[in-house]
Ligand binder design. Structure first.
Ligand code: DO4
Ligand code: MG
Length: 286
């Protein structure tokens, strides 16, 4: 089941179940405690709640609504150097910090960093940003966990962890500036509810970048190349921490464009993850 947060033609924000080319808008009652996407996701049984509401849902064409990043009040975090490809790329870009990436790939404790709150998240179709002071920036296509306040994985979505490789490469202590700035992360297009064990080998993650309508970069990996367990990453995030509003956790990238590649103003980034969908965002640099 795919749950989306959307803005309808009359400007109201609604939650719906995506069904092919249409979306069934749920009749959420503002006075009920379960009146938002995250309230459904954080309930004991999201599927039961949705099924209870579905008979009174109104179906509209998906093309008639604007998809919003499926984030309410959750913090968005990210894991780093969780794929071999990322470890190698980071060591190449950072002379001074290379051994840190080597060590964190193998260490028990993962690299985790804060990416932002909803205000910094970019909706599907809206522009992600390259910092004006970066000459070497890339998108990072990441399988993203949706976690309830108990740090249980309740769903999956797609995240684009925009990254300034030159800023991070200059000094690993610049990581927050390389990673966290306005329009630095796109999330969407919706949340695929978790239903039972995930076959990681069946989850492919594809990145396509277009420039002037031609493909200038394409890459692919599979979730089974992730060097850590999803529950383990969620457990580390929740260690000595509290997320009363839940959290999203990007699980790291296994696809990084060649070193010669940097995003330009006007590029279009598309990330496709099997069984979730497609997240497309143009790029702005001004
Ligand atoms: O160590 C820097 C960040 C790594 C990262 O974002 C990733 O591997 O996806
Ligand atoms: Mg990343």
């Amino acid at each position: 089941m795919k749950l989306a947060k959307v803005c309808t033609a009359d400007g109201s924000v609604r939650v719906g179940v995506v069904d092919g080319e249409s979306i069934k808008l749920l009749p959420l009652d503002a006075k009920s405690p379960v009146n938002s996407l995250s309230a459904i996701l954080h309930s004991d049984s999201p599927v039961a709640i949705v099924n209870e509401l579905l008979p009174k849902a109104v179906a509209v064409p998906l093309a008639d609504v604007r998809l919003l990043a499926p984030v309410d009040r959750q913090e968005v975090w990210a894991a780093g150097v969780t794929y071999k490809r990322s470890q190698v790329a980071r060591m190449e870009e950072s002379e001074s910090g290379a051994s840190h990436y080597d060590k964190v790939y193998l260490a028990d404790r993962p690299e985790l960093f804060f990416k932002g709150t909803a205000a910094r998240m970019v909706h599907p179709g809206q522009p992600v940003r390259v910092r004006f002071d970066s000459q070497w920036s890339v998108p990072e296509p990441e399988f993203t966990l949706v976690l309830n306040p108990r740090m249980e994985i309740v769903g999956y979505t797609i995240g684009n962890d925009m990254s300034a490789r030159d800023i991070e490469g200059e000094n690993p202590l610049y990581l927050p500036q390389a990673k966290v700035y306005r329009q630095c992360c796109a999330i969407g297009p919706w949340v695929q509810l978790a239903d039972g064990p995930l076959d990681k080998s069946a989850v492919s993650i594809q990145l396509t970048i277009e420039r002037d309508e031609a493909v200038v970069c394409r890459g692919e990996t599979s979730l089974d190349q992730l060097h850590r367990e999803l529950e383990d990453l969620a457990g580390w995030l929740g260690r000595e921490n509290e997320f009363t509003d839940g959290a999203l956790l990007l699980t790291g990238t296994g696809v990084i464009p060649d070193d010669e590649f940097s995003l330009e103003d006007g590029d279009v980034v598309t990330i496709e993850i099997s069984n979730i969908g497609e997240l497309m965002n143009p790029v702005v640099k001004d």
